[in-house]
Design a protein around this ligand. Structure first.
Ligand code: KG4
Ligand code: ZN
Length: 345
């Protein structure tokens, strides 16, 4: 079964074709980053306009690369939430029109569930992935969200912890901005950190371990401490400044914050499989640390599928479709996370 996946929740205009919820036949991501970078963040109106201009060409390219005509598709999956409303509406309206015109099912899905699903996709039939068995712990880390959750099924997620202020990716982006690396900056900080000493600075860890905050996260204190340190560096002669040290120490602390809460959840739930997803799941330090055994099985999507893409949408859509579900053509977009329930320790 071939599903077309459409993703337009933020600043990537993306479409992909996935066979049987597993095999990525094509994966086209047109990034709008250059149009937003000068504003140091995503400008919602520009994002919606670019999606409107690009969506047809992106979908056409995804079909071309998959070697399929529209008649070869069995369904259209699309992100309906969460995200920028204007951007979501472009993809959703396009998908509705496509499904209606071809008389094939429409499946509206949640973007965060799709990030979790990304690790089940295989980019080549020669290298099939072995998906994690449910239940497992999910680590969803992106520019807009930081979520530690228990995952019982592709659509059965219970949030254990989340950020009480900034998302982890947002902290990377703000620190990057202070370095003058522009937006988004996670990958640039990751690269710079490889040149520095992670123990050079002792940045503060949030004191969130009691009561209902046991698995929660916070990044605003770290972000402020790092920005203050960068300001101090600005006043020093260039020979005394080692920018890589701040980046490496920031990255270490940002990942430590995630892992402290995650390991508490491992201990409390007894679940020893962890599945990552979202743009920050591409972080090399996080992947290395979680890959270092500790008796855990840690599964990350391939780097190309960590950020926003249509393949994760198509894969997740397939799961709903084979369960006999589809969305009405009246389905609505929503800016907020829908499919998650919160559980307190
Ligand atoms: O999932 P995503 O593509 O979009 C959202 O749904 O937000 O995540 C984008 C975020 C940005 O904040 C970006 O800076 C961050 O992921 N990111 C990284 C890395 N690559 C992307 N953060 C840390 N290390 C990276 N290597
Ligand atoms: Zn995302």
């Amino acid at each position: 079964m071939n599903i077309l996946g459409i993703e337009s929740s933020c600043d990537e205009c993306a479409a992909a074709v996935v066979e049987d919820g597993t095999w990525v036949l094509s994966n086209v991501v047109a990034t709008q980053i250059p149009f937003h970078a000068i504003y140091k963040g995503v400008v919602p109106e520009i994002a919606s306009r670019k999606h409107t201009e690009w969506i047809y060409g992106v979908v056409e390219e995804a079909l071309l690369q998959a070697g399929l005509e529209p008649a070869g598709l069995d369904g259209v999956a699309v992100t309906a939430h969460p995200g920028l409303l204007g951007s979501l509406l472009v993809g959703l309206s396009f998908a509705k029109a496509f499904a209606w015109a071809r008389n094939i099912p429409l499946i509206a899905v949640d973007h965060m569930l799709a990030h979790l699903y990304a690790s089940q996709l295989s980019e080549s039939k020669a290298a099939p992935v072995v998906p994690a068995e449910y239940p497992f712990l999910g680590l969803l880390v992106s520019g807009g969200h930081s979520i530690i959750c228990r995952v019982d099924d592709f659509d059965g997620v219970t949030v254990l912890g989340t950020t009480i202020d900034d998302a982890v990716g947002e902290a990377f982006d703000k620190v990057s901005n202070h370095y003058g690396f522009g937006y988004p900056g996670g990958a640039a900080i990751d690269k710079l950190a490889q040149t520095g000493d992670p123990l050079a600075f002792n940045f503060p860890l949030p004191k969130l371990y009691k009561g209902e905050h046991r698995y929660d996260l916070s990044y605003s204190g770290l972000k402020t401490a790092v920005i203050n340190q960068l300001e101090q560096f600005r006043r020093k002669p260039a020979s005394e400044v080692r920018p890589g040290d701040i980046a490496a120490s920031f990255q270490k602390t940002a990942v430590d914050i995630l892992l402290r809460s995650l390991f508490r959840a491992v201990e409390d739930t007894g679940l020893r499989t962890i599945v990552g997803g979202g743009g920050v799941a591409a972080n090399s330090y996080l992947r290395r640390l979680l890959g270092e055994g500790q008796g855990l099985r840690c599964i990350f999507p391939p780097l190309k599928l960590c950020g926003d893409n249509g393949a994760m949408i198509a894969g997740l859509g397939y799961r709903y479709l084979i369960r006999g579900e589809r969305s009405p053509l009246t389905v609505r977009a929503s800016a907020r996370v829908k499919a998650f329930k919160r559980s307190y320790p």
